[in-house]
Design a protein around this ligand. Structure first.
Ligand SMILES: [Zn+2]
Length: 250
């Protein structure tokens, strides 16, 4: 019954989209490829397949994922900012508690091969559990949310949308835990070593999973960002200078 309803609504959605006027070519400058709608292979009215896929991976049709090096000064500033206030600032304290609970309640992890075919919500939950198992502390997660937000805020060439921020936060978390690999080994009856399970924090995540992970950690940090973003950015500028794309001293 549920499935039937879903099919009907998807069908009517398609009819409605077909009735809309799309563009013949992708809106991005210098692209020139047909939109997915015009090419008859998707519902995207204004973008080509390549740029739609780019958005799924990076959270923006055109802006790529920030490198660890680009994020580094922001993360360093945010980390020390959060560390010095984790006990005294009520907003930071509340965010840390909520994220600690989020990691705790994420439940058990699952080995990568079993993730296939699981719904995105479950995969996102498991990704959070993996952060916990990898020993990533809530302080680090709050610092990442602040750092990514500060970078997007200062970089004049950034893509300032909520979705880009969400995905970039998830990507930064991803990178943080992706170096974490653990193998459980047991001995069998004859005393021979048997590999039991491997855990690689973060197997490659799909677009929807990235967005769910990002949102899950962003939400508890809303007040922290509201209250502390400008101070974190000021600390970063004081210690490491302004963003390289900004004119010096302006
Ligand atoms: Zn395009």
């Amino acid at each position: 019954m549920k499935d039937a309803r879903r099919t009907i609504s998807r069908k009517s959605l398609r009819t409605r989209i077909a009735a809309l006027e799309g563009l013949p070519v992708c809106v991005l400058p210098f692209c020139g490829r047909p939109t997915m709608n015009a090419a008859g292979n998707g519902v995207a009215l204004f973008h080509c397949r390549r740029h739609v896929e780019h958005k799924a991976r990076h959270g923006s049709h055109w802006h790529g994922t920030y490198s660890a090096a680009e994020l580094k000064p922001y993360l360093a500033a945010a980390t020390s900012y959060v560390r010095h206030r984790s006990e005294i600032d009520p907003f930071i304290k509340a965010a840390l508690n909520t994220i600690a609970l989020l990691l705790e309640e994420a439940g058990p992890t699952e080995i990568a091969t079993r993730l296939k075919g699981m719904p995105a919500t479950k995969r996102a939950r498991i990704a959070l559990a993996r952060l916990r198992v990898a020993g990533i502390k809530p302080e680090r997660i709050v610092a990442i949310v602040l750092a990514v937000t500060a970078l997007i805020e200062e970089d004049p060439g950034s893509h300032r949308t909520k979705e880009f921020r969400t995905v970039q936060i998830a990507k930064a978390l991803h990178r943080l835990a992706s170096g974490y690999h653990r193998v459980w080994e047991l001995q069998d009856e004859r005393g021979q070593l048997k590999k039991v399970a491997e855990l690689h924090a973060f197997p490659r995540s799909s677009g929807p999973v990235l967005r769910l992970i990002g949102k899950a950690v962003e939400q508890p940090c809303e007040w922290v960002v509201e209250k502390h973003l400008s101070a974190v950015l000021a600390l970063k500028v004081k210690r490491y200078g302004r963003h390289p794309a900004l004119p010096a001293g302006a």
